[in-house]
Design a protein around this ligand. Structure first.
Ligand code: PLP
Length: 421
């Protein structure tokens, strides 16, 4: 593929898919964590290891920006090749393209583990970095990857966007890579945020600057507004009615006066966009996001995610035609979502999305050169796996509603199949 070829983003099929995606109704329960009073309660004594324990961290506005910065820190540019998993989201590939390097897609196995044999076959003098993701929160065999990289003169970029919490062989996730990245929005009730971490290199020379007061305000208001939308902070909504109205008024005035460029105060990453925006490269995460990341109860996040995951697992376990992607939620895994393999995935996805169920599909849009000759497993995972949120801010009533909707949809498609036989 040509390096600067973005035409696929506008090609009809992808465009149509994106259109269809955005025309679903708003999810009835929050897809990502939203702020609640409980976010601050339930501190446990037990410390849950997280990527922040693995080394020095810099807080930026998204995970993809952290990937770009990691590549920059490793001096990856033109003439370099970065090994990228064929199972990915475009936000993992775009920073590689931006860096000038060539992404070389490697195979993953059916259980999402890295296929080292395939990587070995793809190495050459230009290979510089291996990017590996702990999909859905389940760690790769990171010590094996580390050893492989050391043997072959590669740097390891550990993508912990799905695995903010957890450990492998007694060490926190993030400590195996030369650099690691996290995506705060996937785990914390924040509007924007990502982090770059390194257990092996100093990040002191990396200077970040403020994105301005408008951005600081937007980040705080949007985090609160998302919570209000789902009625998770009812009392605060009442108190903040006046300032919110005022803010919307001012926003409206600014928008009507300036070009779209000027009032675009938040990163596209926070609004479901795929793209990489260079203007956010050296911007610091907002004060409000950093405040929340440091003050909300981490043990609650970690424990609730496991509990909710297990409830979802229990709910689908006897339904024919589907099975959890991972056979077991073993100790030390703090999942991002609950991934399940289904028959008739697209129909179930459409039905649930139309009913307002917050179903996600990581890897729904693979880079256009990926087909079954590149990696059959990635294509299958992209097509057949649905993910359901298991985040800490799902209330019992929301989770129960979601579970009953999921069960109905899964059973219905199975029944239809039986009728057709
Ligand atoms: C979401 C995601 C990213 C990018 O994170 P953002 O914060 O959305 O920029 C990177 N890698 C993986 C595996 C992701 O799922």
């Amino acid at each position: 593929m040509k390096k600067q070829d973005f035409s696929w983003l506008f090609s009809e099929t992808v465009f149509e898919k994106v259109e269809a995606m955005t025309s679903y109704p708003r999810a009835r329960v929050p897809t990502q964590p939203v702020l609640s009073v409980k976010s601050f309660t339930g501190f446990g004594k037990r410390h849950v290891p997280s990527v922040l324990d693995s080394g020095a961290a810099k807080f930026v506005t998204s995970g993809r920006v952290a990937i770009a910065l990691a590549l920059q820190q490793m001096n990856v540019g033109k003439d370099a090749e970065v090994l990228v998993p064929a199972y990915h989201c475009p936000a993992m590939v775009e920073p590689v393209i931006w860096s000038g390097a060539t992404p070389v897609f490697y195979k993953i196995n059916a259980d999402t583990s890295v296929n080292l044999e395939d990587i070995k076959a793809k190495l050459n003098a230009s290979s510089k970095v291996l990017m590996a993701a702990n999909y859905f929160g389940f760690p790769q065999d990171l010590s094996a990857l580390r050893e492989f990289c050391d043997t072959n003169g590669l740097k390891l970029l550990e993508d912990c966007a799905h695995s903010f919490f957890g450990q492998h062989k007694g060490k926190p996730l993030g400590s195996f890579g030369d650099y690691a990245i996290g995506s705060s929005m996937k785990f914390f009730p924040v509007y924007e945020g990502g982090c770059l971490i390194s257990s092996r290199n100093s990040l002191k020379k990396l200077k970040l600057n403020s994105a301005g007061l408008g951005f600081e305000a937007k980040s705080a208001f949007n985090a609160l507004e998302r919570s209000f939308e789902y009625q998770h902070l009812r009392f605060l909504k009442v108190i903040l009615t006046v300032p919110t109205t005022l803010k919307n008024f001012i926003w409206g005035r600014i928008k009507s006066r300036s070009s779209s460029e000027n009032y675009n105060l938040g990163p596209g990453a926070s609004d479901g966009g795929f793209g990489f925006e260079e203007k956010w490269l050296n911007k610091r995460c907002s004060w409000f996001s950093r405040f929340l990341i440091s003050t909300v109860a981490r043990t609650r996040i970690a424990n609730r995610r496991r509990e909710n995951y297990l409830l979802l697992e229990e709910a689908v376990k006897d339904i024919p035609g589907c099975r959890p992607l991972f056979p077991e939620l073993y100790q030390g895994v703090f999942p991002w979502v609950f991934p399940v393999i289904t028959n008739n995935t697209q129909a179930i996805f459409d039905e649930l999305k139309n009913a307002g169920v917050p179903v996600v599909r990581f890897g729904e849009f693979l880079w256009p050169c990926i087909d079954s000759t590149v990696c059959e497993n990635s294509v299958n995972l992209s097509r057949c796996v649905l993910q359901f949120p298991c985040h800490q801010e799902l209330r019992h009533d929301e989770l129960n509603w979601m579970i009953s909707m999921i069960k109905t949809a899964l059973l219905k498609t199975e029944l239809q199949k039986v009728e057709m036989l």
